[in-house]
Design a protein around this ligand. Sequence first.
Ligand code: NAD
Ligand code: MG
Length: 387
Amino acid sequence: MSKKRIAILGSTGSIGTQALDVIEANPEIFSVEVLTAQNNADLLIEQAVKFLPKVVVIGNELFYDKVSAALSSFSIKVYGGNSALVSVVESDSIDIVLTAMVGYAGLLPTIHAIKAGKDIALANKETLVVAGELITNLAKEYNVSIYPVDSEHSAIFQCLAGEENNPIEKIILTASGGPFRGKDSAFLASVTKLQALKHPNWSMGAKITIDSATLMNKGLEVIEAKWLFDLSANQIDVIVHPQSIIHSMVQFEDGSIKAQMGLPDMKLPIQYALHYPYRLKSSFPRFDFTAYPSLTFEKPDLETFRNLAIAYQALEKKGNAACIVNAANEIAVEAFLQDRIGFLEISDVIIESIAKIDYVENPTYLDYVDTNEATRRFALEMIQVKV
Ligand code: NAD
Ligand code: MG
């Protein structure tokens, strides 16, 4: 069998580096064709020297000379600036594109990859949140598969294997509850970014870690699930499961529930997405039931953690509503990470953005671009007035 040739967009991040671990452990199965990063030139250079891709893209052009000089003795093409992403994903020598960059920036390269017929291993959930309808329609049109990398969606995808003729009654997304599970608004009003960045079960990039603390991550995942599995909002339940052992569940029409379980380790969903439908032998630590005598479940607190409720409302509202939520959230999280707004104000920024930005019922790609820009501008202004 020939090797599966992979492009990793965002190779220096949490998902990107773990994907390279998977590839390194399975050199007879995978090869690296493209690596890209935004700012971390040193790690990108180190990865390129080790994995010898054909192409490397450094998003921040300030680092182009450095990357280019460091790789000059290798036969690796180096590009600077994220506009290069849209063309590098189209290369004939790529079989699958792993979208492991963070945020709205994932949308355009994903569209180009799909149009070039590339399968997608989708970590960048924001792409489906912003433009789920457009992306899933394009995937159908170009006969491309989208394999989920997000652990909950991978769990559901794994539970659906062999169930092609059996409709889903509902899915149950599990949520760890994040570092502030059980806390009230009075407590949350004064939490710092250092507290918010301490996730109990997963080590991830800063943006998704803050999203986990506000429960926006679960909200984005509800929307992501809607598009991946063609569900309506009332078919998607969220349950808080602090141990993060059950990664999510599917309930079928006979009432039977299938769950996918294991120790939290993103390498498993990454390799399942990259090598589907095959499972790769791994040496990951195995789960021991006796080490977890109780797996517990509780209702999410939608009043304190408003972002999850906001995401459900955006899903019901359709159109560009989730695009507005995503853009406002990206700006608000960035501002929280810069100590410019408080934790509870993240939801305030999103709620005011929804009220302010024009609703578009049937958005085109350009409508998403406009909505994203207008929302970011509004959210930034709002934050500037506050501080
Ligand atoms: P991260 O911050 O650790 O890494 C982000 C990567 O994207 C880096 O390589 C960075 O150089 C690159 N990047 C940043 N801004 C960019 C831009 N504007 N254009 C192009 N590239 C850019 O993030 P992460 O935790 O690895 O998450 C990546 C994506 O995967 C996110 O969408 C996240 O929601 C999703 N995800 C992550 C995890 C996890 O365990 N980390 C789990 C599920 C889903
Ligand atoms: Mg997840």
